[in-house]
Design a protein around this ligand. Structure first.
Ligand SMILES: NC(=O)c1ccc[n+]([C@@H]2O[C@H](COP(=O)([O-])OP(=O)(O)OC[C@H]3O[C@@H](n4cnc5c(N)ncnc54)[C@H](O)[C@@H]3O)[C@@H](O)[C@H]2O)c1
Length: 350
């Protein structure tokens, strides 16, 4: 385990996004010297940035990770970093299907730009990569049972890192490609890297939209009176991981940086925090949050069920989720109800 002096320099790409804004807030408060890169392309990113600037100190570069010269300039100005958290990405599977080239440019080439700057200017840093459970594809060879409201695994509680990779969708391919580069940079160049294959992350300041961030999106849509479409029969199951649990995991990985050389971990809310879309709608109805919905076509490559087996992260990083989905969802509902006007503006509602 590494002892931290509390003044480590940390680069966060995509820092004005959902996960990034929580990382900035958390690590600034812990005393880290935080540098942020974001091109502010995500709706809500500018608001996150403004909110952060009012509460904590960090240096911000409005730059695009696809621009290698711009990334070099940030590294030359700010290096050496002790930690790099690479979050910037095109994050929606649907968008990746419509425009696979842009998706690849950002998620694969952009990640390679960050890896190259890391290798050349800050080789002693730990690089944390926010990968995705989508690298395991549709999981259609795993036996399933179709219950009344959800799919279930008959013989297991989760998917571990030994699950074969199966990139499906341009997003799966571009994120999966970066995931493999992150592992290989440890192997080939001897660098410290870790890839977290994340399940569904949710929480406050998530500007969920129809194409990404469904937990927040359902509540936002209900609050703003926007009807939603459930893709498929709604029995798809996801394990929900609250953002605070994820940020704590990133912190623990920094403490354990010495043993992280190309490690991968599946990280999610686990079985006890798993919910199907139908179960989530029922939960909202019990809270008197009415939502108008219809059913649409199943999305290509959509997993019927994903529940992370967190055993490796528990054994090696001493991490497990502690925020039950019931509490996390209440917190998200509170945040959304307090930010109704902002969410109306962001969703272009008069
Ligand atoms: N939220 C989840 O459930 C989830 C699950 C698995 C993996 N991930 C991964 O976690 C990371 C962060 O996700 P998030 O939910 O915070 O998404 P987000 O969209 O809120 O944040 C991404 C940020 O990256 C920025 N960005 C996008 N393209 C950029 C570019 N070319 N250059 C610089 N900045 C750019 C956006 O402006 C945004 O602020 C992503 O890599 C995503 O693939 C998220």
């Amino acid at each position: 385990m590494s002892t931290l002096n509390g003044k480590e320099r940390l680069l966060i790409t995509g820092g004005a996004g959902f996960i990034g804004s929580h990382c900035i807030s958390y690590f600034c408060r812990k005393g880290f010297d935080v540098v942020v890169v974001d091109n502010l392309s995500r709706k809500g990113a500018t608001h996150n940035l403004q909110w952060l600037k009012e509460s904590v100190n960090f240096r911000f570069y409005q730059s695009d990770i696809c621009d290698y010269l711009a990334m070099q300039a940030v590294f030359q100005q700010e290096c050496p970093f002790d930690v790099i958290i690479h979050l910037a990405a095109q994050v929606a599977v649907t968008t990746s299907v419509l425009d696979p080239r842009t998706d690849f440019d950002i998620n694969a080439c952009g990640a390679l730009n960050i890896l190259e700057c890391f290798r050349l200017y800050s080789p002693d840093a730990l690089l944390i990569y926010s990968s995705t459970n989508k690298v395991y594809g549709e999981l259609n060879k795993i036996a399933l049972v179709e219950g009344e409201n959800r799919y279930q695994f008959p013989d297991r509680i989760g998917i571990s890192e030994s699950q074969p990779l199966d990139f499906h969708s341009p997003y799966g391919c571009s994120k999966g490609s970066a995931d493999q580069y992150v592992i290989d940079y440890a192997r080939i160049y001897g660098l410290h890297t870790v890839s977290f294959r994340q399940s569904c992350i949710y929480g406050e300041r998530q500007f969920g939209v129809e194409d990404q961030g469904w937990v927040a999106w359902f509540i936002i849509a209900a609050t703003l009176g926007i009807p939603i479409t459930i893709c498929g029969n709604g029995k798809q199951v996801r394990d929900l991981l609250h953002i605070d649990d994820l940020v704590k995991l990133y912190y623990l990985s920094i403490i354990h940086r010495d043993i992280l050389k190309g490690e991968v971990f599946n990280v999610g809310g686990g079985y006890s925090n798993s919910l199907s879309l139908l179960e989530f709608l029922e939960l909202l109805q019990r809270k008197k949050i009415d939502i108008s919905y219809t059913f649409g076509a199943t999305r290509q490559g959509d997993q019927h069920i994903f529940i992370s087996d967190n055993t490796k992260a528990k054994n090696i990083l001493n991490w497990e989720p502690i925020i039950p989905y019931q509490d996390g969802i209440n917190r998200l509902i509170d945040w959304i109800s307090h930010n109704r006007e902002l969410l109306k503006r962001i969703n272009d509602i008069a």
